[in-house]
Structure formats: C-alpha cells, structure tokens
Design a binder for this molecule. Structure first.
Ligand code: FE2
Length: 430
C-alpha cells in the first residue's frame, strides 16, 4: 500500500456514493409525500372556490336530486351520488285570510329543509325558488334573508350565520310565512354552494402522515447509521494506517540491515499487490499480501551483518547461513496471527516451483500461493535493482529470465502476469 492509497482511504470520511444514493431516495420519497399533501390542500381550496349548483324539481313537496332529468343535467360531476342532497318544502300550517270575499288569500308557513348526505360540508350556499304565482307577500322569515324578485318570479334565500355551514350528514332548516292567492307548490328550486372537507378528513392525509412519521424515523436512523459508519471507517483507517506505518518502519529496518537498495521491501509489497489484483483477489487479501510483502525478509534481522553486507558473492557456508532467514522469519512471526498467510509467505518465498528452492524444497502448488507471488515480486525487484557487484538487468533480460524460468523457479501463471505487466508498462523497468 502506498501513500496515494492511504490518501484515498482518508477520502472515505466524505459521504460515500452509497450514502448519497440512500439520501437521494429519502429525498425523493419526501418530495412525493409533500407533493401528495400539497395535492390535497389544493383540492380543498379548489373545492372551496368552485361553486356547484343543483336544480331540484320538486314533486309531492319532496324530491331527491337525481330523480329528474333536469336535476341530473345540472349536477356537479364529482357529486353525482343521486341522494347526496335532499331538498323539501312543507307547508306546516296555513289559514285563509278574509274568507268569503272574492279576493281572499291564503297565509301559510313554508318550511324548507336541505339535507346534506355527502362527505363534504357545504358553505357559501344560497337558494333560488321559482314562485308559482305573482303578487305574493313575504310576511316573515327565519334563519336567513328572503328576497322576492317579482319580475323574475323568484325568491332568493341566503342563510344567516346559524346555518351558514351545512355539515356532512346534517340538515339546515329555514322558512317564511307568505301570503298568496293559492297555497303554493314550489316545484323548482336551485341550490348553489361550495364543498368543503378539512384535510384531516381525507384518508390519504392520514396515510401521508403515517408515511411522514416513518420517513422522519428512517431519516434519523439513516443519519445515525451514516455517522456510525463514518466513525467506524475512520477508526478502521486509523488502525490500518498504524499497522502500515509500523510495518513500513519494520521493513526499513530490514532493508537498512540487508544493504539492499532503499525501499526494496516496499517495492516487493507493491508488485505483490499488483499480482494479487490480477489474480482477482479481494481488497482485503490484496492489502494483506502487501503487508506480507513488506515483511517477507524480516528473518534477515537475525542474520549476521557481515554476511548481509558482504560486497561480493557469498561462500557456500555463508549462503547456507543466509538461507536461514526464511526459517528465522517464520520464528519471529510465530505469534503473529492477525494476517493470514504471513508466516507461509515469509518462510516459503525462496521455494522454487520445481522443488529445488529452500527452506523445505516444496514444489508447485505445495508452495503457498502468497509465497509464489512474493517469489516473483522479489525476483523482479532484485533483477531491476543495482547491486554492488552488478548493475540492474535490462528490460529484455528480465523478460527473458521470467520466460525461461516459468515452471522451474516461478509459478508459470504468476510469471506470465509479471511479463504482461512489464510489457504493458504497469511495472516499470529501470
Ligand atoms: Fe528473501
């Protein structure tokens, strides 16, 4: 893992794409719920500002709207229930004025009732009654204002504040005492009003309220979840950073003691990660292989400096001692259990695919995969670095070495991956 990757890890504290998606979904749901709520409010206001008119044609002094073609033709479309409104006119008492004279008249009390069977309250309403004869006199009235328009043969009624609202399921009663030539039979009544239903009486309103409560709960839960996740990521990154820095420092010890070019362990770690990625390993496995790459030569801390720092080639005895660094590395890491495969990687990274390597002479797939990866990465950096007894190899020579040693020194598949990476420029050759 290099510094750039560590910097990327820092960016994790920002809102992740997944969190952004979650917040977008929550925002979209909120917009839909608020739009539905606004729709209900608009409908309520629209109903309130859109008067409707019913024409009642009264037979037998009481008739429901819808029984007559005239009534149906003037009904408001959304209030088409035939029995939503009922209008009746009853003569509760009557008497004869000046009986026996040619111009005798009748007095009568006309009781009007409007029954509202709809789901809505009715407000801002009024009534126009068509008068069946001329020359009537309105003697008195109650619950509203009666006005006789003689030329139009009509009476206008507007309710007073006692009955200005006819609630759903209620009736409004009003009337007048009138003097006329005959007892009057009101057959045509025009009723005008506005529908009103408070938003709280809409079922959808309560559905929206329940969903809004659920939304707020979800939103708060999501924020808490995001905060906890961010905190968790921060702690995890801090921990990874501490591990990486510790291992990097340890690798610097190894490289310093070994006399290798600076950063050998870091480069082996980097190449190992590249190979692991090509092999399709998980991010966690790749990260662990990077750590193992940093540690692969830790056993050299237990090898005498005279051998490690010897400028020329080692004698056979010295080389035998040098070979012990794999075993010593395994011993050092006996208690290191946190990174899976770290001991295997350290102990077997000098095994050869054909079984002629050390420390156990393991062969082929018996060599743990992590050790085969590090073996290729280690050889790559060795060939690509200057040593006191030779300069680094050329690009062609390195490619040739990997090609020629496929299946002998190196796992052929991993060697091919390295060849491909050199050819594509992913791995830079000095
Ligand atoms: Fe080594």
């Amino acid at each position: 893992m290099d510094r750039a990757q560590k910097d990327n890890a820092q960016k994790k504290y920002e809102i992740s794409a997944r969190d952004k998606r979650g917040l977008s979904i929550l925002a979209a749901i909120l917009v839909i719920l608020l739009a539905l709520l606004a729709g209900i409010v608009i409908k309520v206001k629209s109903d309130l500002n859109t008067p409707f008119t019913y024409h009642f044609h009264i037979e037998d002094k009481e008739i429901s709207i819808g029984k007559d073609a005239d009534g149906v033709a003037n009904m408001d479309g959304s209030l088409s229930a035939a029995d939503s409104y009922v209008y009746s006119v009853d003569i509760s008492k009557h008497w004869v004025n000046d009986p026996g004279v040619p111009l005798q008249t009748y007095g009568a009390q006309y009781d009007n009732t409007v029954t509202n069977n709809s789901d809505y309250d009715i407000v801002n309403w009024s009534v126009v009654l068509t008068v069946p004869e001329r020359n009537i006199t309105i003697d008195s009235y109650w619950n509203g204002e009666w006005e006789y328009e003689k030329k139009a043969d009509t009476i206008y009624f507007t309710p007073d504040d006692r009955i200005e609202t006819i609630h759903s399921g209620d009736s409004a009663t009003f009337g007048a005492v009138m003097i006329s030539k005959e007892l009057m039979d009101f057959t045509d009544v025009s009723f005008t009003g506005c529908r009103y239903k408070p938003v709280t009486k809409y079922f959808l309103f309560w559905v929206i309220m329940v969903m809004l409560v659920a939304w707020v709960t979800s939103f708060v839960a999501y924020l808490l979840f995001m905060a906890r996740e961010a905190n968790h990521r921060k702690n995890e990154d801090r921990l990874n950073s501490v591990i990486l820095d510790t291992m990097q420092t340890f690798a610097n010890f190894i490289d310093t003691k070994d006399g290798y070019t600076k950063d050998h362990s870091s480069r082996v770690s980097h190449y190992s990660e590249l190979i692991a990625r090509k092999l399709g390993m998980s991010e966690e496995q790749i990260r662990d292989i990077g750590y193992i790459g940093l540690m692969h030569d830790c056993g050299k801390l237990a090898i005498a400096s005279e051998i490690l720092e010897k400028p020329g080639r080692l004698t056979p005895e010295e080389f035998e001692k040098m070979k012990l660094h794999t075993k010593k590395g395994g011993d050092i890491l006996t208690e290191f259990k946190a990174i899976e495969g770290i001991r295997e990687g350290v102990m077997y990274h000098h095994e050869r695919y054909d079984g002629t390597g050390y420390m156990e002479g393991r062969k082929g797939e018996d060599i743990p995969l992590v050790a085969r990866i590090i073996g290729v990465a280690d050889a790559m950096d060795a060939m690509n670095s200057d040593r006191c007894y030779r300069a680094h190899l050329t690009r062609e020579k390195i490619l040739e070495e990997f090609e020629n040693n496929k299946g002998t020194q190196f796992d052929p598949k991993i060697a091919q991956i390295m060849i491909d990476m050199i050819n594509s420029g992913e791995v830079f050759v000095n």
